[in-house]
Design a protein around this ligand. Structure first.
Ligand code: SF4
Length: 477
């Protein structure tokens, strides 16, 4: 990358990662952690101490008072997918009995239910369905804009976009040009921003093992950059706690930070046109019902613990991306089980990773707590470990739920979780503007007299379905 955006803190690679002077400067936005320092912090800093530094950085950016949430609805318009990610329990083949494509009338009903509870956004993602032409998406987006002009459409993750490029064969000399062509069509039809799904772990050795048929990191980041070039704001994600090494997590965050620098640098000269990443959200792999979940847990056999976790060995061979074609079979016996052992992430590993993201991603505005996968109370702890946002009230979720996670919270519970953490809950929109600050007696949580009716519920799930919905498909464009 070339010059950095104005105001980017400088790196001090010779300082020890645990040096308090360095960390005070990171908190103040006056120093940037190197990848090596970030990995050192992750490995060596005591758990609560790492949380305190991340919390200090979060307070520096967001103050001591407000922590946010959004009311949106996940809509998975199809579960048909031609990729075969080994961590996925959601995908179906087109001929499967419980494969579906939602008719637009069903999607409209879901949006109407969202609008009725004060929702402002839909998060719409699907599998990579090769049978849906561009007209399906243009018609769907146009109909949503016509019926629900106030609803923000946050939809189509980078892997879907890459498949759109493959399916629709748009004009353009480069992948960036082709993405921009498709994105322009979708934006003009009613798409507002892109979610960060499909990021997983960017490191090529890991991605090749778990994301079969899914785009690589360069393509993922190029889609987002093309969206930024059209003025869109997007989010970045990471799914960890499987076969990757700890260094792969830092490498993943480093790529997000680098491409964010690139977007911010351009936006200095074209401020009205360029977007960037607004948020980073990381969550651990959920294993139920997934092929990857059948892989043995690292350490199930005590003798294994005398060796190094294979993912860490391969991550070292990957050398922060300098050796993308690393052959793990040549890295010694400790790497031999790479991809055949998972190191699942528990609560402390999750919080440690999230705290590190707050300290390392100095150019990302918001860090989101992932209570959907970790549960409400770990999500609440996330607010003390660098997160400034509690994500969304969850009306419906199909992807993570398919892998065994079932948490579902309403607005009152979400507000209560934030308030019990010592903050004032505030509803935000997609660009993190505060819509309502709940500091008065009519706040959603303060109106509740019987909390027994507000327990975490199972999420609504789309599949399995009794009858398969169908759509009428017009000519491919
Ligand atoms: S994670 Fe997404 S892209 Fe991968 S198989 Fe599942 S639905 Fe398809």
């Amino acid at each position: 990358m070339n010059t950095l955006p104005a105001g980017t803190p400088r790196e001090y690679p010779n300082l020890d990662a645990l040096d308090h002077a360095l960390l005070r400067a990171v908190v103040a936005g006056e120093a940037r952690l190197t990848s090596e320092q970030a990995l050192e912090l992750f490995n060596r800093m005591p758990f609560h101490e790492l949380g305190r530094w991340a919390d200090a950085r979060c307070r520096e950016l967001h103050g001591d008072s407000i922590r946010t949430y959004i009311i949106d609805r996940n809509i998975n318009y199809t579960n048909v997918c031609n990729a075969r990610c080994t961590f996925c329990a959601f995908r179906r083949d087109a001929g499967d009995a419980d494969a579906y494509v939602l008719p637009k009338e069903t999607i409209h009903e879901k949006i109407a239910e969202l609008a009725a509870i004060g929702g402002t956004q839909i998060l719409m993602q699907g599998g990579m369905n090769p049978d849906l032409p561009l007209d399906y998406y243009l018609d769907l987006l146009g109909s949503i804009r016509e019926k629900f002009p106030a609803i923000h459409v946050h939809a189509f993750s980078p892997p879907e976009m890459i498949e759109f490029v493959h399916f629709f064969n748009p004009p353009g000399a480069t992948l960036f040009d082709k993405c921009r062509w498709v994105l322009t069509k979708l934006r003009d039809a009613g798409l507002h921003s892109l979610p960060g799904g499909g990021g997983e772990i960017f490191a090529a050795p890991v991605r090749r093992k778990i994301g079969l048929g899914k785009c690589d990191a360069e393509a993922w980041l190029t889609v987002m950059y093309a969206a930024h070039s059209l003025g869109m704001f997007t989010s970045a994600t990471m799914m960890f706690g499987h076969i990757e090494g700890y260094a792969d997590r830092v490498h993943h965050m480093w790529l997000v930070r680098e491409w964010q620098d690139k977007a911010l640098r351009v936006s200095e000269s074209e401020a009205d046109h360029f977007g960037h990443y607004k948020a980073f959200i990381a969550w651990p792999f959920q294993r139920e019902n997934t092929p990857l979940g059948r892989v043995k847990h690292w350490g199930a056999e005590p003798a294994e613990l005398a060796c190094e976790f294979p993912g860490d060995v391969v991550a070292r061979g990957f050398a922060w991306g300098a050796n993308p074609e690393v052959d793990y079979r040549e890295l010694g016996p400790d790497a031999a089980e790479f991809g055949r052992r998972v190191r699942m992430s528990g609560s402390s590993d999750y919080l440690r990773t999230q705290a590190l993201s707050r300290l390392f991603l100095d150019n990302i505005y918001s860090i989101g707590a992932s209570w959907v996968t970790m549960g409400p109370h770990v999500g609440q702890m996330g607010l003390a470990f660098g997160a400034s946002d509690m994500g969304s009230v969850m009306m419906e979720e199909n992807v993570v739920s398919s892998a065994g996670t079932t948490y579902c919270l309403d607005e009152a519970v979400l507000c209560r979780l934030i308030r019990e953490s010592g903050f004032v809950p505030a509803q935000r929109n997609n660009t993190y503007d505060v819509l309502r600050v709940h500091d008065g007696p009519s706040s959603p949580d303060r109106l509740v007299t019987d909390w027994s009716t507000h327990r975490a519920k199972r999420t609504h799930q789309e599949a399995p379905r009794q009858s398969r919905a169908s759509v009428t498909i017009s000519a491919t464009t």
